[in-house]
Design a protein. Structure first.
Length: 424
């Protein structure tokens, strides 16, 4: 039981409504407003910016201090010492694996990496210029047809099996989106390769040929997946939870998450960074764009700068910045005009009072856009990569929700339409 209480007095009524206040392991307290409905009152919070929609043990963010923890571990430490698959295990199970469970988990994932021949037909139903996100939503949703009957979502073992399947198959499907888009045959995953390595092989390899993936690029890809693996109750994760709360098939829930991620306000920002860099076009134009970003009368914003939650350096951006250097070095493209513009822009913005005063640091999307472009991934695939990385987080939240008693999500509204009227 909660010791702390909040009191709510509505419209001067004498008896205040007493509401319990809960304290988490860290972060702000929450006021439990569940009893208000029985008093005939709802709370009003468009965008749910002040509302905790669930209890969760998975991820913690302190945007003011620039902190991001997965199961308590700082993201910088995981990026340095762990890898994507180990981090998936951590998100799903709550603890890091030991050597034995790590190997077992990697084998599990590897055993589910192929997709059924039927899934190929999903892709073949699309034209080659279809947006890869449209194909990904269809392919992931389509998996529900293949794995429907054998699935009891109230069974913890079944849920884990689904989680393994979806984590394993998402890079395969993501690479298939790309291959279909360039009208090239799919490349089968290779049993000897690591998670991110296999993804790059399926993207850029030759069917039947021995895999040749640069260790620097596969490490960069692995870290990009790891850094995107979870970010608490954002729009797409909330979409997954809300869809799952109706008891829907988990593949359909992940498809809902992918759909929510598609929008430019969520997963599409790194694409916007690249568009802006092309628009700037030449280092000599940077100053003009900085002036436009600072001009109150101009709606232009410097894409890849600032963050709704982080009012300090996004810890993921720091890691991403370092990888960016390694990748550009490995590929020998430091002198590419686009990357020179990006680096100069970053330097100017970091030294400019306007950006310093408003705490507008380069965000994770600024660097990820540059890295993905350098690796040779087209901008239309950027959100697909984000979805691939975020899938372990989504499925961990889905599993967490179903592991405890839960209710179907059903937000209320402040109705402002007509009151009852008769049909004329
Ligand atoms: N360029 C120029 N000025 C900016 C920028 C920017 N990128 N971002 C914020 N500002 C300014 C605003 O004009 C405002 O100035 P003022 O105080 O003089 O009025 C001030 O900084 C605060 O801006 P807000 O809009 O209140 O900041 P908010 O936290 O709401 O916005 C957001 C965050 C939407 C990310 C914003 O910084 C932005 O549009 N950035 C560019 C787009 C981008 O990179 N998005 C990806 C975010 S990361 C992610 O989603 C994973």
């Amino acid at each position: 039981m909660s010791e702390k209480k909040a009191q709510l007095v509505i419209d001067g009524k004498e008896a205040a409504i007493e509401l319990p206040v809960y304290t988490g392991s860290t972060g702000p307290d929450v006021v439990d407003v569940q009893s208000l409905v029985s008093q005939g009152v709802f709370t009003y919070d468009p965008g749910f910016v002040s509302t905790a929609s669930c209890d969760s043990d998975i991820t913690f963010i302190d945007g003011g201090k620039g902190v991001l923890l997965y199961r308590g571990y700082p993201i910088e430490q995981l990026a340095e010492k762990s890898n994507c698959l180990e981090t998936c295990y951590l998100l799903l199970n709550g603890e890091l694996p030991n050597a034995e469970s790590s190997t077992e988990f990697a084998q599990q994932i590897s055993s589910h990496i192929n997709v059924d021949e039927q899934v190929h037909h999903v892709f073949n139903g699309f034209s080659h210029d279809a947006h890869p996100m449209a194909m990904l939503i269809a392919a992931v949703g389509g998996l529900a047809a293949l794995y429907h009957d054998s699935l009891d979502i109230d069974n913890a073992e079944h849920r884990m099996q689904v989680a393994h399947r979806i984590i394993a198959k998402i890079p395969t499907l993501a690479a298939m989106c790309y291959r279909h888009g360039i009208n090239q045959p799919f490349v089968e995953p290779h049993g000897t390769l690591g998670y991110a390595e296999n993804f790059l092989h399926m993207m850029f390899g030759t069917p039947g040929a021995d895999p040749q993936v640069s260790p620097i690029l596969s490490k960069a890809m692995d870290t990009i997946f790891l850094l995107h693996a979870d970010h608490e109750q954002n729009a797409s994760t909330s979409a997954v939870r809300l869809t799952g709360s109706s008891g829907a098939n988990p593949y359909a829930c992940i498809a809902a998450g992918i759909a929510a991620l598609w929008g430019p306000a969520h997963g599409g920002a790194n694409e916007a960074v690249l568009k802006m860099l092309y628009e700037i076009g030449d280092e000599s134009h940077i100053e003009d764009f900085i002036l436009r970003a600072k001009d109150k009368d101009d709606p232009f914003r410097l894409m890849g700068f600032g963050h709704r939650v982080y009012k300090n350096f996004d810890p993921r951006a720091k890691v991403m910045c370092q990888i960016c250097d390694e990748v550009l070095d490995d590929l020998g493209v430091h002198d590419d005009p686009l990357f020179r513009i990006a680096r100069k822009l970053e330097k100017i913005a970091l030294e400019d009072d306007y950006f310093i005063e408003r705490k507008l640091y380069p965000n994770v999307d600024f660097y990820s856009g540059i890295i993905l472009k350098a690796i040779g991934i087209p901008t239309s695939m950027f959100t697909v990569i984000f979805a691939t990385g975020r899938t372990p987080g989504w499925i961990s939240h889905w599993n967490e929700m179903l592991s405890h008693p839960y209710r179907i999500g059903r937000p209320r509204q402040l109705y402002k339409g007509h009151t009852k009227r008769d049909y004329p």
